[in-house]
Write a protein that binds this ligand. Structure first.
Ligand SMILES: [Zn+2]
Length: 405
């Protein structure tokens, strides 16, 4: 039996994807023999209900100077984080000489707006490449992993923080004990710790199993986050559903007694209770849906190949790695994937080794079908690629079920 990384309780496995590569480890052509694989499987803590991976990948394998994901690559995300910065500037950073710290600030997508207002800030970003981009955007950054000792250093140099923020970062970090004691050390008595991550409720509802890959160690709910917060003297005082990345929740933690929880906390807890998100039978049902989606998708692609149709993938997002590898989708089923990230072009997708081509390849000529890996941007993409549809092309979606559009 495994022990929960948050509370030490018993973790029971409910879904096993088998051996999987690192979702952002794109390969050079011809350099595929030394690929790193690990067993990707998910379990539920019977005590605090935290859903988590059962095997941990060493952090330096995932988060390094060549980390290829740039938050600012998407206009939707730029808008989202600009609004986030405005919100903090207007509601939380209004006292004397306020200070905001962002954990995993990536290329400075959020802090840029804070820096432009001349407000004290610090980004903590272990991936050197994106940290350099943040610096170039005028953001103050240290290129380190955040943990208790990092927090002590920041507190000594800059004093306590009004806000500690993290987007798509906290769920990546198994060693939560050190994170939360670091937050405790760094935060003002009435400060807030705000983080947003993929929401287990949305993943289960949509059978969106592609959210499960090496970098996503935890899958949060209001219930599991509240339990985690309370272990460290914090309270969950607000939750907000976010439409980004296929469904996330923004959690706000404050010291116990410092703030009144908003009604949204009790509402989301009640919704989770009704969905049964903390129960093994619900998660086993989710696992059965995932297996069905896999079987349906493989059957469809195999059928299209038998008919001589051309199929390509659209968007080599990190989360497409679990889909292609779990379903066994190789270049025989999907000829190539297009992606606008220059660092991925000319390379092969991890594990499945689909060639990644620039977006211009898509219309040269159009394929019969395009598998939409970036399904969370479906509307934006379909509007942009209207000519593909008009030319008779069809999209294949597999969330929440496999279908042709
Ligand atoms: Zn636990």
């Amino acid at each position: 039996m495994l022990n929960c990384r948050v509370c030490g309780g018993p973790v029971e496995e409910f879904l096993d994807f088998g051996q999987q590569p690192l979702a952002n480890a794109f390969r050079e052509v011809g350099q595929t023999d030394d690929e790193f694989f690990f067993r990707l499987a998910v379990g539920l803590c019977g005590s605090c209900t935290m859903v988590q991976l059962v095997e941990e990948v060493p952090r330096i394998r995932m988060f390094h100077d060549a980390y290829p994901y740039h938050s600012s690559g998407s206009s939707v995300m730029r808008k989202h984080f600009d609004a986030t910065a405005r919100h903090f500037l207007e509601t939380e950073l209004t006292g004397h000489d306020p200070f905001i710290v962002e954990l995993g600030c990536n290329d400075g997508i959020m802090l840029k707006a804070v820096a432009e207002e001349g407000v004290r800030h610090l980004g903590v970003e272990p991936c050197g490449g994106v940290a350099e981009l943040a610096k170039a955007a005028g953001v103050r950054v240290i290129s380190e992993f955040f943990q208790d000792s990092t927090a002590a250093g920041i507190r000594a140099a800059d004093g306590p923080a009004d806000v500690i923020f993290a987007a798509n970062t906290i769920s990546h970090i198994p060693y939560m004990e050190s994170i939360l004691s670091g937050v405790d050390r760094l935060l003002k008595p009435d400060g807030i710790f705000v983080f947003e991550d993929p929401y287990l409720g949305d993943i289960v509802r949509r059978s969106a199993f592609d959210q499960i890959y090496d970098e996503h160690f935890y899958f949060f709910t209001a219930r599991s986050v509240r339990a985690m917060a309370e272990r460290h003297g914090f309270a969950l005082v607000d939750v907000e559903r976010l439409p980004v990345h296929g469904g996330e929740v923004r959690y706000t933690l404050a010291r116990q007694g410092a703030r009144h929880p908003t009604a949204s906390v009790a509402e989301l807890l009640a919704e989770e209770e009704e969905l049964g998100l903390g129960r093994m039978e619900t998660l086993r049902g989710f696992a059965a849906n995932v297996r069905k989606n896999r079987d349906d998708l493989v059957a469809l692609l195999t059928d299209l190949r038998a008919q001589g149709r051309t199929v390509i993938g659209y968007g080599a997002a990190a989360k497409s790695a679990t889909v292609t590898n779990y379903c066994g989708i190789g270049p025989d089923l999907v000829a190539y994937v297009t992606d606008s990230t220059a660092a991925k072009q000319g390379r092969l997708t991890p594990g499945s080794h689909l060639p990644v081509r620039p977006p211009s390849a898509f219309s040269d000529p159009y394929p019969d079908y395009a598998l939409l890996f970036a399904w969370n941007h479906a509307e934006e993409i379909m509007a942009k690629e209207r000519a593909f549809h008009e030319a008779g092309g069809k999209w294949i979606l597999w969330v929440p079920e496999v279908r042709i559009v």
